[in-house]
Ligand binder design. Structure first.
Ligand SMILES: Cc1cc2nc3c(=O)[nH]c(=O)nc-3n(C[C@H](O)[C@H](O)[C@H](O)COP(=O)(O)OP(=O)(O)OC[C@H]3O[C@@H](n4cnc5c(N)ncnc54)[C@H](O)[C@@H]3O)c2cc1C
Length: 460
């Protein structure tokens, strides 16, 4: 079937205003935020209004053998939402309702196109929170489920995987199913919810999500500690966690990245010049509590530990606005790196204890190839974010391969939260266990025998 015929059938399902082809499609739908995977315009864009329309679109696409790439906000970082040229982009932007907030079961039921900032705003009035806060709050619930997004608060609340109780899914053959639900536990067959989380739109499309909520604690404070050595920052992390202080943010920022993000956001943190000039890295520890006095006690304990036994040069308790700006600047580190000319952003995860050795390998690989590799990351999760500066594509590929291989050898994984997408596929296939890859391919075939959903992501 040619695209004109398919386009006409799709228009019957979603309405002519929401089935666009060719030049009528905005260039925004041709890419996500990957720095290295090129934009590719799709043949068709559809914007369904409900789950039934999503299922009907998939049925038509399967019959025509036309690829479908789901799209949330396009803030993904590895080309997973970049369509194939002959394919359909299925955008969830019209499916953006919060269906229910249930303060008894601590559950929200939402459509996939709801953004995290919209959800956060709606939950604030209930005194509740959905604790998945990646750096980009324009990300949608559907996109964060499909990438298993993490973010700064995962150290306390876990990543998306730990906060999704159930899904409604549109399968590639046009069936709709529900997995899990507003229930605290479920030992009833294979866990399809968890299988689809992180599958990057390759197994099924999320048409509704049931999310686990948490109380919204009213008091927060942030401590900033400069260190003369990045390894000491990393060694401080388990000591803070072992003290039972349960920070909700525990981030490291290397000195170059701190200089760049404070400069681009005009942020002054009250760190004296002589400290700033010798600091090699910073630890950011944010704590929250229902009670202001208890919080103050914990914050003092953290500051004393940091400036005492843990070897920080000092520990600064930031006032509200400065703390807020620092967290915001850290979230925007991606844009700062992009503006500075980084060719790639990666997010290898390793066991926390292996971070110093991993950093040493990265430094050596960067030096040997004449590249830059700097960044910040989720220290509490062993999730290292690196901005890579190396213009030569072949050298960059080899450098990335070396870094990913070192992460895997340390017992970690190529990506902790951004995913594999189209961008890191060759490294994923080269470094993963072949038997595991073969099983993943069989799972893909079981869900999507015609290979309609997001071909080229994870596998060719
Ligand atoms: C400045 C910045 C900071 C970031 N910080 C973080 C961070 O701290 N932690 C983190 O984890 N990520 C971070 N990200 C990456 C990004 O925000 C996440 O990957 C997010 O989950 C993507 O959501 P999205 O709605 O933009 O999805 P998209 O980019 O549109 O899509 C991502 C994937 O999900 C699939 N998809 C979308 N909707 C559905 C659906 N309904 N059903 C099935 N599949 C679907 C797409 O096909 C694609 O494979 C950051 C990005 C930026 C730009």
């Amino acid at each position: 079937m040619d695209m004109a015929d398919l386009g006409a059938q799709l228009a019957e399902v979603v309405g002519a205003a929401h089935a666009l082809t060719g030049a009528a499609i905005s260039a925004d739908y041709a890419h996500d935020e990957s720095l290295s995977f090129p934009a590719q315009a799709p043949a068709c864009l559809v914007r369904p209004a409900d789950a039934e329309q999503v299922a009907a679109v998939l049925k038509l696409a399967a019959a025509a053998g036309t690829p479908v790439t789901a799209r949330g906000s396009g803030s993904g970082m590895c080309g997973a939402a970049t369509p194939v040229p002959e394919g359909i982009v299925l955008s969830f932007e019209r499916m953006n309702s919060i269906v229910d907030v249930d303060p008894v079961n601590f559950v929200a039921v939402v459509q996939p196109g709801v953004t995290l900032s919209e959800l956060d705003e709606a939950l604030a009035g209930h005194g509740l929170t959905y604790p998945v806060y990646p750096g980009e709050l324009s990300a949608t619930v559907g996109g964060t489920v499909a990438t298993n997004a993490g973010g700064m608060r995962a150290v306390r609340y876990g990543v998306t995987r730990a906060n999704v109780l159930g899904l409604q899914l549109a399968l590639p053959d046009g069936e709709l199913i529900r997995t899990g639900g507003p229930i605290a536990k479920c030992s009833t067959g294979y866990d399809l919810t968890q299988l689809v989380i992180g599958s990057e739109g390759t197994l099924a499309l999320v048409t509704e999500a049931t999310l686990k909520l948490h109380p919204r604690l009213p008091h927060q404070q942030t401590v900033l500690a400069p260190f003369t050595d990045l390894d000491e920052v990393i060694r401080a992390v388990p000591r803070i966690l072992a003290a039972g202080l349960a920070p909700h943010i525990l981030e490291y920022i290397d000195a170059l990245t701190m200089a760049a993000i404070t400069h681009t956001t005009n942020l002054t943190l009250g760190v004296p010049d002589q400290v700033r000039d010798t600091a090699q890295a910073y630890l950011v520890v944010a704590l929250e509590n229902r009670d202001a006095d208890r919080l103050a006690e914990d914050v003092n304990a953290v500051a004393e530990m940091l400036a005492g036994d843990l070897g920080a040069m000092d520990a600064y308790v930031l006032d509200g606005p400065a703390a807020h700006k620092l967290i915001e600047a850290r979230e925007k580190a991606f844009w700062t790196a992009k503006a500075a000319g980084a060719q790639e952003i990666i997010d290898v995860v390793v066991p926390r204890g292996a971070m110093p050795e991993f950093f040493a390998t990265v430094r050596k690989l960067a030096q040997d190839t004449g590249s830059g590799a700097v960044g910040c990351g989720h220290a509490g999760d062993g999730n290292v974010h690196l901005a890579i500066f190396q213009a030569d594509e072949q050298v960059r590929h080899e450098l990335l391969h070396g870094i990913f291989a070192a992460g895997v050898a340390a017992g970690g994984a190529i990506s902790g939260e951004h995913g594999i997408g189209r961008e890191k596929k060759s490294h994923f296939q080269a470094l993963e266990n072949p038997a595991k890859l073969a099983l993943m391919r069989r799972l893909k075939l079981a869900f999507d025998p015609d290979g309609v959903l997001n071909p080229g992501v994870l596998f060719d």
